[in-house]
Design a protein around this ligand. Structure first.
Ligand code: GTP
Ligand code: MG
Length: 197
């Protein structure tokens, strides 16, 4: 999959105001600061298409980016940001679940997890939610530049073993680094293979 054009289209908190055309889309979700926005920039080869920050909680809205004029990458806010109030968390959960429940155009979600960390309850629960909702998803292990190859292998293996305690089958999974462009070809190839347009 070659990316020729990538353009920001719209940001909003209301799923009903997301683009109405039925173009296929792929959404990036995961804990705050895991690297969702950076990954979108890496995949599209743009430095600042999606806004990134060292401080968690940067992306607050649903952001649609039109790729090659015929499909979307969607940047979502992160979950698990400790500093937000309970009310803000509930509001957030509602608009994210609304997004996943209403967007019939969603071909697949990517759940991003930091490759350095042990499986976190919040991520496993989110994957379970996607499973129950019959939303296809893949896992992307981010920030691989922070570990040596052996540690990457060990952590991915450990994560997969943990998943197999509750899942019959492993979802597709990728290792990425946005700073080193690791995983770009694999993720784009996966999108190309699942995007029937
Ligand atoms: P929210 O929008 O707050 O949910 O965060 P996000 O998941 O979009 O993370 P973002 O892309 O803004 O990146 C968070 C921080 O991690 C930034 O300081 C990035 O530079 C850094 N980062 C993201 N990806 C990588 C990576 O692959 N390697 C390294 N070393 N740092 C990364
Ligand atoms: Mg972000």
């Amino acid at each position: 999959m070659l990316i020729k054009t990538a353009e920001f289209v719209i940001s909003n908190s209301d799923v009903d105001k997301c683009p109405k055309d039925m173009l296929p889309e792929y959404a990036f979700i995961g804990r705050s600061n895991v690297g969702k926005s950076s990954l979108i920039n890496m995949l599209t080869n743009h430095k600042n298409l999606a806004k990134t920050s060292g401080r968690p909680g940067k992306t607050q809205l649903i952001n649609h980016f039109l790729i090659n004029k015929n499909w979307f990458l969607v940047d979502l806010p992160g979950y698990g940001y400790a500093k937000v109030s309970k009310t803000a968390k509930r509001k957030f959960q509602k608009f994210i679940t609304n997004y996943f429940e209403k967007r019939k155009q969603l071909v697949s979600a990517f759940v991003l997890v930091d490759i350095r960390h042990e499986p976190q309850k919040i991520d496993l629960e989110f994957m379970e939610y996607l499973g129950i909702s019959e939303i296809p998803f893949s896992i992307i292990f981010t920030k691989a530049d922070k570990l040596k190859p052996k540690a990457i292998e060990r952590n991915v293996e450990y994560y997969c073993q943990e998943l197999l305690k509750t899942w019959e089958e492993l979802p597709p999974h990728f290792v990425s680094s946005s700073s080193k462009a690791i995983g770009r070809d694999e993720v784009l190839q996966f999108i190309g293979n699942t995007n029937l347009q």
